[in-house]
Design a protein. Structure first.
Length: 110
């Protein structure tokens, strides 16, 4: 298991294989991840705790506990913990470095 600190919270990596990756994302209230997409990586996100806004291209969707969203490659997305702290479970393909940031609140370009 590995914990990766982020400016918006943290990731707990509980699985990392050549076939898949499993992470728990903790996002602090008021924080957003990068507006980004992946060239190859495919993700499925399960909302374990909290309510947040998922931005998909030019639309926004409110996600609640128990909701699931699939993010295929090249789909622009961003998660925003507007209402409170949130905990998400992410299952994805193993291309963890495949991040193309379009906007970032913390000045990161990769």
């Amino acid at each position: 298991m590995k914990i990766v600190k982020k400016p918006w919270g943290q990731e707990t990596w509980f699985a990392f294989t050549k076939y898949y990756v499993g992470k728990i994302l903790f996002i602090k209230k008021g924080h957003r991840l990068s507006r980004q997409f992946h060239r190859v990586k495919h993700e499925t996100i399960y909302t374990l705790k909290g309510k947040y806004i998922m931005e998909l291209r030019n639309s926004k969707k409110i996600m609640k506990e128990g909701s699931v969203i699939v993010i295929p490659p090249k789909k622009i997305h961003r998660m925003y913990a507007k209402y409170g702290d949130i905990t998400l479970v992410e299952a994805s393909t193993p291309q963890v470095e495949d991040v193309v940031r379009l906007e970032d609140d913390y000045g990161r370009n990769k």
